[in-house]
Structure formats: C-alpha cells, structure tokens
Design a protein around this ligand. Structure first.
Ligand SMILES: Cn1c(O)c(C(=O)NCC(=O)O)c(=O)c2ccccc21
Ligand SMILES: [Mn+2]
Length: 246
C-alpha cells in the first residue's frame, strides 16, 4: 500500500542511515548517550503517536500505573505512576510502531557492525536480540520514575533506546524531563533530555547511566527497546537456570 512504500524511503527523506549510525558510534564512545532528533519525520512520527493513543484508549491494554507517593505540599498523596504495555509490533493497529521498531533495529545493528570495524566501545558488544517494545505513559499529576539503573546486574541488556512521542512538549510547563547522571562525567554534570516528539535517545543500560524521570504534569508517552549483548545475555540465562541469581 502507499503507506508501506513511503516507509522504505524514510531515511532518504530524513538523514541517511549511515550518518545516524556514525553519530551513534561516536556519541556512545564519547558520552555513552546519543540523541537523534527528527528520527522518522512528522508524518511517520504522528502515525506512531496515533497508534499509541489508540492503544492507550483501548481498555485493558495498558496496565494500571504503580501507586507512588508524591510529596505534595506537606501531605503524602498517592498517585498512579507510569502505565506500560509490552508489544512486539505484530499486534493489530501497530503497523507504524512495527516500522519504527525495525528502523531502530536497523540503526543499532548497523552501528554495532561499524563499531566492531572501528573498535569503538559499541564494538565490544555483539548485539543479536532485544526485548519487546515497552510503550509507557506517565499520566501527569506529578507521576515520575525514581533514579535507577536499567541493568545493574548484567542481565544482558547493553543499550537502551527510547523514542519520545510528545508533541509541543514544554518541560517548563509539563516537567517530565529525563535526567541522566553519567558516571565518569567530571563534576556533577548531568544530561537533561526533553521527551520531545520524534526524538530517539540511546544510552548504555548499565551502571554508567543512572537516570530519573522527573514529575510530569501532562500525559507523557515513550516507546523503549532494550538491546541484548549475546554473551552477557547467555551468561545471565545460565546463572538464572542454575539458580545462582542474586
Ligand atoms: C516506565 N518506565 C520508564 O519510563 C523507564 C525510564 O527509565 N524511562 C525514561 C524516560 O521515559 O525518559 C524505565 O526504565 C522503566 C523500567 C521498567 C518499567 C517501566 C519503566
Ligand atoms: Mn530506565
């Protein structure tokens, strides 16, 4: 269909795949964090957003947010935090999300190969699989995510990729800033990432990148993929199977 054919040239329209991959290899070497703006372009980005909104408005798809306490003005309010659902992209009405996932896969796989050839840090990994896509929504009202490390204990995940869907997001008004505290950045430097529409973010999933989602006051949507290193993943499975897991 027309929609399908327009996907094939998404990179020609935006930036070509090679440029994005070189950018990723360099930034992961230098900072351990990489931001790619206008990843899909407005039309495709809006198509993905439309599918996410459709899912969000379909009862039972998103799990209820965890109850979190929000230090209000003195009183302790409990609010519902992030709401998530896991998809592999083959579900109904997810064709554009599926295409997004395959575009991110294409970047990660190609950058991994490029880094192996140029002995970049990304080349230390052999990325051969990933998690399903986690679609997350913060319902506003101060919902947030406490400072954490995605993969603190070598579960196999080496790169976190987050695609943000929030049109005209203004952090001053709506909060929801992602603050990363990169280990090794001198002083108390932090990376503040605004969750703006059609932005794709990559960062090392391990202890190099503790991060938090600051309180959001409007609904905040994101799609996250975690990419596995083959060896670390195999070792994690072995530990789990022999019950030697922490
Ligand atoms: C909802 N949500 C998250 O938002 C982040 C996270 O770090 N998000 C960063 C961001 O959205 O900018 C997570 O890391 C996470 C991990 C397990 C379950 C849910 C999770
Ligand atoms: Mn996280």
């Amino acid at each position: 269909s027309l929609q399908h054919s327009s996907w094939s040239n998404v990179f020609e329209q935006r930036k070509d795949l090679d440029e994005i991959c070189q950018n990723l290899v360099q930034d992961m070497d230098a900072y351990g964090v990489c931001v790619v703006d206008n990843f899909l372009g407005e039309e495709k980005g809006k198509a993905v957003l439309g599918e996410v909104l459709g899912m969000y408005n379909t009862k039972g798809v998103f799990k209820d947010g965890q109850l979190v306490s929000r230090k209000g003005s003195g009183d302790l309010k409990t609010i519902r935090g992030d709401r998530i659902t896991w998809i592999n992209g083959t579900e109904k009405y997810c064709n554009n999300i599926k295409q997004l996932i395959s575009q991110v896969d294409a970047v990660v796989v190609r950058a991994n190969k490029m880094a192996m050839a140029s002995s970049g840090k990304l080349g230390m990994y052999n990325i051969d699989s990933r998690t399903k896509a986690m679609v997350a929504c913060y319902p506003g009202l101060g919902s947030h995510y406490v400072k954490h490390v995605d993969n603190p204990n070598r579960d196999g995940r080496c790169i976190t990729a987050i695609y943000y869907l929030n049109l005209n997001w203004n952090v001053k008004k709506s909060g929801g800033l992602l603050r990363i505290f990169p280990e090794g950045w001198l002083g108390d430097k932090v990376a503040d990432i605004e969750p703006v529409f059609d932005r794709l973010l990559f960062f090392w999933s391990d202890r190099r990148n503790p991060h938090e989602v600051q309180p959001a006051f409007d609904t905040r949507y994101a799609i996250t993929l975690w990419y596995f290193d083959a060896i670390e993943r195999k070792e994690a499975r072995q530990r789990y199977e022999t019950g030697r897991h922490s």
